[in-house]
Design a protein around this ligand. Structure first.
Ligand code: URA
Length: 310
């Protein structure tokens, strides 16, 4: 197959998977093709033109003012930064350091080691694309399938170390087909930036892939129907960390009914992935006083990754 064809297929896979930020491998290929096609006759097909270059990682040191209103902030726990994720030739194990007391069921104890995924980037992208295709055709929840504008699969880096999980698409997400693009999403972006991260580094999805009418909470049946897709996304991306935004995400992922206020501030274990649960940005919009708690959680989360926040 010629390189242009391969590239076009990759781009289609990425689009189907809702991935707007291109992985390095692909941008290198794009650069290579651009050089080749620059020397080729004008009429030659050049899909590389459609591709934006990867955005640089922003390392803002100041948290956004709307986020950092901390008065009492939790102590920062520093630990060894995780090795960079790249598909290893043979399975290896990850050993995490614990930053929790282990006093709650499912809390991260530090003894969990799990095999590092051996999926290549191509395999991650392909498996996300396959799941996205299934989701687009899904009618498991009749009411949601009948009322949605479109499904909202997920977006972001297929090779991310961090996955965000929210609740369900709202009206804006339903319209645009992307998670967290409304007011809550804008606040989430500010929190992300304050954490010295960019949205493009993260993979973002929800418990549900369809908007519940009137923004009601997902029912247990709906969450169960959508679980297969969430699991597929977690398996494909294989993040080291998951942040559950709000109680719906925390309860459904971890199978608990504990109050979110009791779950926050520590790590839970989900199949060897460190899970941090905190308040949903929509809640912060209604209760700005809770921003300081989220900021304290973010400090714990990022410190565990070796990044100290102010
Ligand atoms: N709230 C969520 O939980 N997810 C979204 O995608 C948008 C708002």
């Amino acid at each position: 197959m010629n390189p242009q064809r391969i590239l076009r297929q990759k781009l289609e896979d990425l689009q189907r998977a809702g991935i707007t930020q291109l992985p390095r491998e692909l941008t290198d290929l794009v650069a290579e093709l651009s050089q080749q096609t620059a020397a080729a006759p004008k009429s030659a097909e050049n899909p590389a033109k459609a591709v934006a270059p990867a955005k640089p990682i922003v390392t803002t040191s100041q948290p956004a003012s709307s986020v950092k209103t901390a008065a009492a902030e939790a102590p920062v726990q520093s630990s060894t930064p995780k090795p960079e994720k790249s598909p290893p030739a043979t399975p290896v194990t990850r050993q995490f350091l614990s930053s929790s007391s282990g006093s709650m069921p499912g809390e991260f104890s530090g003894d969990t080691a799990r095999p590092c995924s051996t999926l290549s980037l191509d395999e991650r992208v392909a498996s996300l694309a396959k799941a996205a295709e299934q989701v687009a055709a899904c009618v498991r929840c009749q009411e949601l399938a009948e009322t949605r504008t479109q499904t909202v699969f997920g977006v972001g880096n297929p090779d991310a170390d961090i996955m965000y999980i929210g609740e369900a698409p709202g009206a804006d997400e339903d319209r645009q087909g992307e998670p967290f693009v409304g007011r809550a999403g804008q606040l989430l972006d500010k929190i992300t930036e304050a954490c010295k991260l960019t949205r493009e580094e993260i993979y973002i999805c929800n418990i549900l892939r369809c908007r519940p009418p009137g923004n009601r909470n997902p029912t247990p049946d709906e969450a169960a129907n959508c679980r297969e897709y969430l699991d597929a996304q977690i398996e494909a991306v294989d993040p080291e960390y998951i942040v559950c935004w709000g109680s719906v995400a925390a309860h459904n992922l971890l199978g608990t009914k504990a109050a979110i206020g009791k779950m926050r501030g520590k790590f839970f274990d989900y199949k060897g992935i460190k899970v941090l649960c905190t308040y949903h940005p929509s809640y912060l919009l209604r209760s700005p006083g809770a921003k300081k708690d989220v900021w304290a959680d973010m400090k714990i989360f990022r410190a565990d990754m070796g990044v100290l926040l102010d």
